[in-house]
Design a binder for this molecule. Structure first.
Ligand SMILES: [Zn+2]
Length: 150
């Protein structure tokens, strides 16, 4: 099976064609992608953990956990779902149904290659930009398309 490659162009335009760190305007061919949470700290290759970075900033970036990593992950996760860049590989679940969950997501945590996405009444698990498992009430919702009761 062919490995799904990262859409570098998507990240570049999402980040307004600028380096995420120094805000320098860049051309697509000049960019590198940086793991916002470093891989050595458990950061993944998912869209919500990749930012546009100039070569200079990538060279000097500290290998530490950024203070706003949770907010940045949340923001880019929600955007990636809305933009259809996070899909599902769960049988009978349409990727579009993920959009209805975005207001319910409260927390993202990366653990090695898998990230756990939590809401009030569910966890979702994402690997390589795909939802690989969903537990709790959310599964019925994703399959059936029913509204979750508040
Ligand atoms: Zn830069």
């Amino acid at each position: 099976m062919k490995r799904r490659s990262i859409d570098k162009r998507y990240i570049f335009f999402r980040d307004m064609q600028k380096c995420y760190y120094c805000h320098k305007n860049l051309k697509l061919k000049q960019i590198t992608l940086d793991h916002y949470l470093p891989k050595s700290m458990g950061g993944t290759d998912d869209y919500f953990n990749l930012v546009t970075c100039c070569k200079r900033c990538n060279k000097y970036k500290a290998r530490t956990i950024p203070v706003d990593v949770e907010e940045v992950h949340m923001k880019f996760l929600i955007q990636a779902i809305v933009d259809g860049k996070i899909t599902t590989s769960i049988k009978n679940v349409k990727s579009i149904s993920l959009i209805h969950l975005i207001n319910r997501i409260t927390f993202v945590e990366s653990k090695g290659s898998i990230s756990e996405i939590r809401g009030e009444d569910f966890p979702l698990y994402i690997e390589k930009n795909r939802v690989i498992r969903a537990d709790g009430k959310v599964m019925d919702y994703l399959v059936g398309g029913n509204q979750i009761e508040d």
